[in-house]
Design a protein around this ligand. Structure first.
Ligand code: FES
Length: 130
């Protein structure tokens, strides 16, 4: 159990450890990203959390960075160095981004599987945003 003081945290990294991502190496991805963060002394500013399935299993392994709102796909343990570079420099590896938040919604990048459509009609009934 842990209760971290998050007041210096600048970014929150969600590392999917759902069953599809686990089969694709999520444990190794988790450990390599955490090791890279620690070796660079970035633990105070980059907080990581393991999650269950994020609903994008085809993109396994999935890693999500907030507050920038970027969803990364097909992340492997060998990707930890550039991934942490991306977080601290803001220079993104676009080929590894599946979705990026544009201020209103998440835009899917070229080459990313669309996935199953959600029922937008229901959202329209309960939200004036759409
Ligand atoms: S198990 Fe990772 S997105 Fe589903």
């Amino acid at each position: 159990m842990a209760t971290w003081n998050l007041t210096s945290t600048q970014q929150h990294i969600l590392i999917c450890n759902g069953s599809s991502c686990k089969k694709a190496g999520a444990e190794e991805v988790t450990q390599s990203i955490r090791q890279e963060i620690t070796e660079r002394g970035l633990d105070p500013v980059l907080h990581t959390s393991r999650t269950l399935c994020n609903g994008r299993c085809q993109d396994k392994c999935v890693v999500i960075a907030y507050p920038e709102g970027r969803w990364y796909k097909e992340v492997t343990s060998e990707d930890a160095a550039w991934f942490v570079d991306t977080l601290i420099t803001g220079a993104s590896r676009e080929d590894k981004v599946s979705h990026a938040y544009n201020g209103t919604c998440f835009e899917r990048t070229d080459g990313t599987v669309a996935g199953v459509e959600k029922d937008v009609a229901i959202v329209k009934k309960v939200s004036k945003t759409f």
